[in-house]
Design a protein around this ligand. Structure first.
Ligand SMILES: NC(=O)c1ccc[n+]([C@@H]2O[C@H](COP(=O)([O-])OP(=O)(O)OC[C@H]3O[C@@H](n4cnc5c(N)ncnc54)[C@H](OP(=O)(O)O)[C@@H]3O)[C@@H](O)[C@H]2O)c1
Length: 254
C-alpha cells in the first residue's frame, strides 16, 4: 500500500458521522489506531464501533463535548493511558447554523465560535504533550477540517465563516510554531458535501439546483472525497507539506 498508516495513533474529533466517519474508516483501513470522539449521539457512535470491530480495527469511542475543557482533559487522559502518545490529530467536529446578521443573537454567535474555533484550541492545548511523545517512526500531524466559507465568506453564516477563517489562521500560525518539533499542520477546506449537516438545506426546494450551478463539476462532494485528502496529508509521503489549505470543492472556490 502506498499510503501506509500502520501503527499510527490518531484522534478524530466528531468522528462518528458524515465527514468524520469517512475519515475514521479510511484511517482505520489504512492501518491507524483511531480514537473517535463525538459529542452526545450514541446511536451513530455504537454503529461505527460495530463496523470497526467487525473488521478488527483497533479503536476507542470517546464521548466528550469539546467546548468543555474538563471533558477534553478526561478524553486525552484515556488516550494517554491506552497508547502513551498520539501521532495524528484530525480536528473535524463542527456545527453549521443559519444566522443572518441582525437576527442572530450573541448566544448563537458564541455557540458557533466556541464549538468551531475555541474547542479546537482546547483540544490542541490538551493533546500537544501527547503529540510530542517520542516515537520517531511515526509522522506527527495536525489536520483541521475548515471550509470554503472560511476562504470566501458565507452569507447568513458570518459566525461560521469567521470560525473557519479563524481556524485557517490558527493552522498557519501553528504550522510555523510546531514545525521545529516535527509536527506539520495543515487544513482541508471542503465545499458542499452530502452529510446530515447539509442534508435539510440541500433538500429544500431550489437550493440544490442553485448550488450545483456554482460548482464547475456540477455535483455535491462525498465525505470519502474529503477523507481521501486527509489520508494523504496524514501520510508519510506528505511530510514536506506544512501550512497548506487543500480545497475539496469541485472548483467552486479557487
Ligand atoms: N458537510 C459539508 O458540506 C461541510 C462543508 C465544509 C466544511 N464542513 C466541516 O466538516 C466538518 C464535519 O462536518 P459534517 O458535515 O460531517 O458534520 P455532521 O455530519 O453534522 O457531524 C458532526 C460531528 O461533530 C460532532 N460534534 C459537534 N459538536 C461537537 C462538540 N461540541 N464536541 C464534540 N463533537 C462535536 C458530532 O457529534 P454528535 O454526533 O454527538 O452530535 C458529529 O460527530 C465540520 O467541521 C464542518 O464544519 C462540512
Amino acid at each position: 500500500m502506498i499510503l501506509d498508516l500502520t501503527g499510527i495513533r490518531a484522534l478524530v474529533t466528531g468522528g462518528t458521522r458524515g465527514i468524520g466517519k469517512a475519515i475514521t474508516q479510511m484511517l482505520a483501513a489504512g492501518g491507524a489506531r483511531v480514537a473517535v470522539n463525538y459529542k452526545s449521539k450514541s446511536g451513530p457512535a455504537d454503529e461505527l464501533s460495530r463496523l470497526l470491530g467487525e473488521r478488527h480495527f483497533e479503536h476507542m469511542m470517546l464521548r466528550a463535548d469539546l467546548t468543555q475543557e474538563r471533558a477534553v482533559g478526561t478524553m486525552v487522559k484515556r488516550i494517554d493511558e491506552s497508547w502513551g502518545g498520539l501521532d495524528l490529530l484530525v480536528v473535524n467536529h463542527g456545527i453549521w447554523e443559519r444566522g443572518a446578521i441582525g437576527e442572530m443573537n450573541l448566544a448563537d454567535w458564541k455557540d458557533t465560535i466556541n464549538t468551531n474555533l475555541t474547542a479546537p484550541f482546547i483540544v490542541i492545548n490538551e493533546t500537544l504533550r501527547l503529540l510530542f511523545e517520542e516515537k520517531p517512526s511515526a509522522p506527527k500531524r495536525i489536520i483541521f477540517i475548515a471550509s470554503s466559507a472560511g476562504i470566501r465568506g458565507e452569507a447568513e453564516h458570518a459566525h461560521y465563516a469567521a470560525s473557519k477563517g479563524g481556524l485557517i489562521a490558527m493552522m498557519k500560525s501553528l504550522a510555523v510554531e510546531l514545525a521545529p518539533q516535527g509536527v506539520t499542520v495543515n487544513a482541508v477546506a471542503p465545499g458542499w458535501i452530502e452529510t446530515e449537516m447539509t442534508g435539510d438545506y440541500l433538500d429544500t426546494e431550489g437550493n440544490r439546483e442553485k448550488i450545483l450551478g456554482r460548482i464547475p463539476l456540477r455535483r455535491i462532494g462525498t465525505p470519502e472525497e474529503v477523507a481521501a485528502a486527509v489520508l494523504f496529508l496524514a501520510s508519510r509521503q506528505a511530510g514536506f507539506i506544512n501550512g497548506h489549505v487543500l480545497r475539496v470543492n469541485g472548483g467552486e472556490t479557487i
